[in-house]
Write a protein that binds this ligand. Structure first.
Ligand SMILES: Cc1cc2nc3c(=O)[nH]c(=O)nc-3n(C[C@H](O)[C@H](O)[C@H](O)COP(=O)(O)OP(=O)(O)OC[C@H]3O[C@@H](n4cnc5c(N)ncnc54)[C@H](O)[C@@H]3O)c2cc1C
Ligand code: FES
Length: 280
């Protein structure tokens, strides 16, 4: 069991949880995630490790309420416990001293980008962070991302704060300035796809952190299968970061919709749809 040490709301549907997980806290690297269960008979869900404190033996999770399990998780309070948690999982972010790197975060993708931006900056890079959200009240981790960046750019779709634009507007400006050696993006699938189309003409290397449905996290169930070029990969063990210019985003979007009808169907107690059906 993993005890929740603290909980705070970052936005109306986004909570930050600090959770006891001493081994994970010691071993985790940027880009890695955990798979956890909130309660018995519940489904497993993957969440990025947004930060850790190895001395306190805790990890930080930032979770957005989108369905049953994330709602159950966000309903917990400090002192409550998770049923179990496995991690760190996934391949850590490949970090080099490239020179100038642009990290693009959309919505709760900020939780994924934060540890990556910190690691990229620690490796000596000049880091531009672009944080975008639909509106001001949906922005999360702004202060943390500012601190992790050399230059910070804020956009909202409705212009309630920052530049009224999509994240690709400042990204294009930075590309036009030249010298961008790497772009790393995490957020909704359409945003990551748009980032890749923005960097494709200049062939600027672009890594995206994919969010397919995951079940076992071990490469066995096939739930997180993605096509990267002509290769089949499993995001849980080969990713979650891949060369964005090679990702089959149509397939990813279609596979994310596979469970939509079950997710919207009434749920009986203890019923767990996502563990029933391995996907080929
Ligand atoms: C590597 C990785 C890291 C992630 N990190 C974060 C994070 O830091 N913060 C955060 O808020 N979310 C993160 N997610 C997404 C999170 O796992 C899903 O939002 C969560 O599983 C939804 O569960 P639910 O039961 O509440 O919603 P449901 O009602 O079951 O599903 C709502 C939508 O969430 C997605 N989803 C559902 N189940 C899964 C699953 N097992 N794996 C992936 N996506 C799923 C689907 O798109 C689905 O349509 C991450 C996903 C991956 C793959
Ligand atoms: S979650 Fe990746 S193969 Fe099962």
């Amino acid at each position: 069991m993993n005890r929740i040490v603290s909980k705070e709301w970052l936005a109306p549907t986004v909570a930050r949880l600090v959770v006891e997980a001493p081994l994970t806290a010691r071993k985790r690297l940027a880009g890695q995630f955990v798979i956890l269960r909130v309660k018995d008979h519940g489904e497993r869900i993957p969440l990025t490790i947004a930060g850790s404190d190895p001395d306190a033996g805790t990890i930080t999770l930032v979770v957005q309420k989108v369905g049953k399990t994330t709602s159950d998780l966000c309903a917990l309070e400090a002192g409550d416990t998770l049923l179990d948690l496995a991690g760190p999982l996934g391949v850590p972010t490949h970090v080099e001293n490239w020179g100038r790197v642009v990290c693009v975060a959309g919505g709760v993708g900020a939780a994924v980008v934060l540890p990556i931006a910190e690691a990229v900056k620690a490796a000596g890079n000049e880091v531009d962070v672009i944080l975008g959200a639909r509106s001001q009240d949906l922005l999360v981790l702004e202060d943390e991302l500012r601190a992790a960046s050399t230059h910070f750019h804020l956009t909202t779709d409705d212009g309630s704060v920052g530049e009224k634009a999509l994240v690709i507007t400042p990204l294009q400006r930075l590309l036009d300035e030249g010298n961008v050696k790497m772009v790393i993006a995490a957020g909704p699938v359409p945003m990551m796809r748009a980032v890749c189309e923005t960097t494709r003409p200049s062939a600027t290397p672009t890594m995206v952190s994919l969010n397919p449905v995951m079940v076992d996290g071990t490469g066995m169930c096939g739930g997180c299968r993605v096509h990267i070029g002509d290769q089949v990969k499993y995001a849980c063990v080969d990713g979650p970061e891949f060369d964005g210019h090679k990702v089959d985003f149509d397939e990813l979007r279609a596979r994310l919709a596979i469970y939509r009808s079950q997710e919207q169907a009434p749920r009986g107690p203890g019923h767990c749809e996502k563990q029933m059906t391995p996907v080929s």
